[in-house]
Design a protein around this ligand. Sequence first.
Ligand code: SF4
Ligand code: SF4
Length: 100
Amino acid sequence: MDVITAITRGGKAWTPEFVVALDAKKCIGCGRCYKVCTRNVLELVDRSDSDIPEDDDEDDSESIASVMAISDPMDCTGCGACSRVCPKNCLTHKAMAMEA
Ligand code: SF4
Ligand code: SF4
């Protein structure tokens, strides 16, 4: 499978790794990933609107009202900035093939 590759200003090839998942159970809603993202990939949502089952909440996150969610994965450039600032390692990235 040929994955999407890019080129730096200096002419070096690199492989973007796009956001494919966000573990809302680990998210503390700090917003750091949202602040560094230059695209419209992420959005803060009410915890009650997330996919987390009520009885699956972790003890230390029960009081957190909002969690981050992936709203538009197709807008991701795969820069990786979100994961570099996330204190809980919530985001999963993957190199991907070009969509037909
Ligand atoms: S990899 Fe970059 S573009 Fe994609 S969600 Fe993270 S910060 Fe935004
Ligand atoms: S940086 Fe991590 S913990 Fe903070 S809102 Fe984003 S995904 Fe959640």
